[in-house]
Design a protein around this ligand. Structure first.
Ligand SMILES: Cc1ncc(COP(=O)(O)O)c(C=O)c1O
Length: 370
């Protein structure tokens, strides 16, 4: 007798769709039978510069230790982060990517009968971690593609334990300012943990966006999550972190896998954190690349959603899906976002100048053929 192992999965999991990543370069190279080196991938918000020299050197130095388990407490990285972020060491939680932090929060604070509030068009991992633990996802309609924080406040009920907000948000690139965050945090019930996801903050710091760290001491129900995958250029290594009260960090530590961050990631993240030149260049390149793409979209008569991330959602109306396919045939991978409720947009990661040029030329060609 065989069981129906889909029906046997817990109801939240049955209703989930798996996370859809950007199409890998090698996959497209196989399909088109072309050299992978000729493909431009602008689909996963990766840093186009490649990992920094200091991070690479740290990885090489660490290779001799691969036989040993990593430091399960990540002392060196936590110490550096604590110093940088102006918090105590035991306020830092390290994750296997910041996705891991999001999952730890869900496992620790959500359960059947409880819910998490987040926005329409928010990062796809929020519903996954919420429903995976049997909790309900309360999705609040977006306003002008961004988070409608007052509406999110209203969606909080007595069963809400977590609110996920991303600033800037992926895939829309939308953001909210200091006052909006302040008002939101003031009104969120103290028993609701607010996860402020700042995966892209290094691209936006010092502008209109609040620095989540400045709110930590005033709001014990705040957790700020950040990552080394984007501006620090270490996506493949999977390392991110959460900053919270020591109590929340202690709770997350109880459900964390013993060695959730590997030793190459720990070493590289320490080095990357101390490589100010790399970070500054990441940001400079991103700002110039954003301008290049916006100029190109304007010439093509295309609209877009203003973004503070290292990506931009461009509006292609009814032809977004065929344009995505057309770009693939031109060897350019971008990201369709229909699964984010945005069927008319494609999300494009800012690349190197030559990659941005390839994308714009391919886009012009595909649109002209359309
Ligand atoms: C808003 C947001 N949060 C979190 C992440 C997770 O990144 P990672 O797990 O690589 O740190 C991403 C990655 O795309 C993201 O866009």
């Amino acid at each position: 007798m065989s069981g129906d192992f889909l029906a046997l999965a817990q109801p939240g999991v049955q209703q989930l769709s798996p996370y859809v990543p950007g199409k890998p370069v090698d996959e497209l190279a196989r399909e088109l039978e072309i050299d992978p080196a000729t493909i431009v991938k602008l689909a996963s918000n990766e840093n186009p510069m490649g990992a920094g020299p200091k991070a690479l050197e740290a990885i090489r130095n660490e290779l001799a230790e691969l036989t040993r388990y990593p430091d399960g407490n990540g002392f060196a990285l936590k110490s550096l982060l604590a110093e940088r972020c102006g918090v105590q060491l035991d306020q830092v939680t390290l994750g296997n990517g910041s996705n891991d932090i999001l999952e730890l929060v869900a496992r620790a604070y959500l359960a059947p009968g409880l819910n998490a509030v987040f926005s329409e068009h928010a990062f796809a991992v929020y519903p996954i971690v919420t429903q995976a633990v049997g909790a309900q996802a309360r999705v609040v309609p977006a306003k002008d593609w961004g988070h409608d924080l007052p509406a999110m406040l209203e969606a909080i009920d007595s069963d809400t334990r977590v609110v996920f907000i991303a600033n800037p948000n992926n895939p829309t690139g939308t953001w909210f300012g200091v006052d909006a965050l302040n008002e939101f945090l003031q009104d969120v019930p103290e028993r609701v943990l607010v996860v402020l996801d700042e995966a892209y903050i290094e691209y936006a710091e010092g502008g209109e966006l609040p620095d989540g760290l400045e709110f930590l001491s005033a709001y014990p129900n705040l957790l700020v999550s950040r990552t080394f995958s984007k501006a620090y250029g270490l996506a493949a290594l999977r390392v991110g972190y959460g900053l919270s009260t020591t109590v929340v960090a202690d709770v997350l530590n109880r459900v964390r896998q013993p060695f959730n961050v590997n030793s190459l990631a720990l070493a590289a993240a320490c080095a990357a954190l101390q490589d100010a030149d790399y970070l500054a260049e990441s940001r400079r390149l991103n700002e110039a690349g954003m301008q290049q793409l916006l100029d190109g979209f304007r010439e093509l008569g295309l609209g877009w959603i203003p973004s503070r991330g290292n990506f931009i959602a461009v509006d292609l109306g009814q032809v977004a899906a065929p344009v995505y396919q057309g770009l693939l045939r031109e060897g350019v991978i971008v990201r369709p976002v229909a699964n984010y409720g945005m069927p008319n947009h494609l999300r494009i990661t800012i690349g190197l100048p030559a990659e941005n040029t390839r994308l714009l030329e391919a886009l012009a060609k595909v649109l002209a053929c359309g």
